[in-house]
Design a binder for this molecule. Structure first.
Ligand code: ADP
Ligand code: TRP
Length: 315
């Protein structure tokens, strides 16, 4: 990694199977950008504990996350791939931020508000989630954070945490910027709502061709217009409007043919990624995370040393 490059960091919560919304919203923007920065890619396994309680599943999801990153084209020689729980400075700094922000400020969090609005019980981890995420980002003097549209508020929280700390203790943290690919926006799922693992409306990124076909065939289409917008929204992730125009023109109203074309195009993209993923072993994952942890730790521990001094706990 070249000295002097600006830092880029992103993370994905390791709590389920990746879908194409995660790929186009977060992972691909990372892959497209990370070579220009000193880049960090984090498995957010402690964030995953806000929803996962089964230790075997937690472990499985960590392995799967790293395999997904590697299969999606992240080169572990060019990015620091690490897991959050290996670097205790993240939870340590999150605590310090928790002590700087107020309850009403955290009550504005979308993820927390959504749970409460649905009448579900939110754990305290979900409530303070944005401060752990702020710590993830700020520990590395990150300038740019590639994420999907739905994470915009979390990056604002990180900027606020930085500003609050800086005004209380002096300039310490850089206020990061989100990198959200406008053209991607929020990718709809098979039911037309935001594609999300919690809604069961996903097209799996590493599913078999049959699984992908089943998901695409189940896309809800609106029979009022010529163009099935929910199919088109996914298709335009793969091809340009110009490339798609003749296909959609020739198959006006023929939703089945358009879905079949989408399956074909998805398969062309995903087959090589799926094959690569199958060749990655659990031992490969362990080796990548071990190297990543050492590099991340060096940066995070130096930063925390400064933070501890600034808040007054170092004697
Ligand atoms: P999910 O909603 O399935 O739980 P996560 O919240 O774990 O997904 O999101 C992981 C990353 O993928 C985030 O950066 C998020 O913005 C992005 N992402 C998730 N769903 C979508 C979507 N439907 N469209 C675009 N980006 C998405
Ligand atoms: N909250 C993010 C998500 O659900 C995951 C995440 C955790 C993250 N820490 C991060 C993303 C730091 C970017 C930077 O996808």
């Amino acid at each position: 990694m070249a000295e002097g490059k600006k830092r880029l960091l992103t993370g994905l919560q390791s709590s389920g199977t990746l879908h194409i919304g995660n790929y186009f919203g977060a992972l691909k923007p990372f892959v497209d950008l990370y070579g220009d920065y000193e880049s960090f890619l984090m498995v957010a396994d402690y964030h995953a504990l806000t929803s996962l309680k089964d230790p075997k599943l937690v472990q499985e999801c960590i392995y799967n996350s790293v395999k997904d990153y590697l299969a999606a084209g992240v080169d572990p020689e060019k990015a620091v791939i690490f897991k959050q729980s290996d670097i205790s400075e993240h939870t340590e700094l999150a605590w310090i931020f928790d002590c700087l922000v107020t309850v009403p400020f955290l009550e504005l969090g979308h993820a927390y508000k959504d749970k409460v609005a649905k009448g579900l019980e939110a754990n305290a981890g979900l409530f303070t989630y944005p401060m752990l995420m702020a710590a993830d980002i700020l520990l590395y003097d990150t300038v740019i954070v590639p994420v999907g549209e739905d994470q915009r508020q979390h990056i604002e929280y990180a900027r606020e945490a930085a500003a609050k700390f800086n005004s209380a203790y002096g300039q310490t943290f850089i206020e990061p910027k989100e990198h959200i690919v406008k053209a991607v926006g929020t990718i709809p799922g098979t039911d037309g709502k935001k594609m999300s693992k919690s809604y069961g409306n996903t097209v799996p990124l590493f599913g078999t061709r049959d699984e992908i076909a089943k998901a695409v065939m189940s896309i809800v289409t609106d029979s009022s217009g010529d163009r099935p917008e929910n199919v088109y929204a996914m298709h335009k992730l793969l091809k340009t409007d110009e490339e798609l125009a003749p296909l959609y023109e020739a198959n006006k109203g023929s939703y089945k043919a358009l879905k079949e074309a989408l399956i074909e195009d998805l398969d062309t993209l995903l087959t090589p990624m799926r094959e690569k993923r199958n060749s990655i072993t659990d031992d490969d994952v362990k080796a990548v995370l071990k190297t990543g942890a050492a590099k991340a730790k060096a940066v995070a521990s130096a930063k925390m040393e400064d933070v501890r001094k600034k808040v007054g706990v170092t004697l």
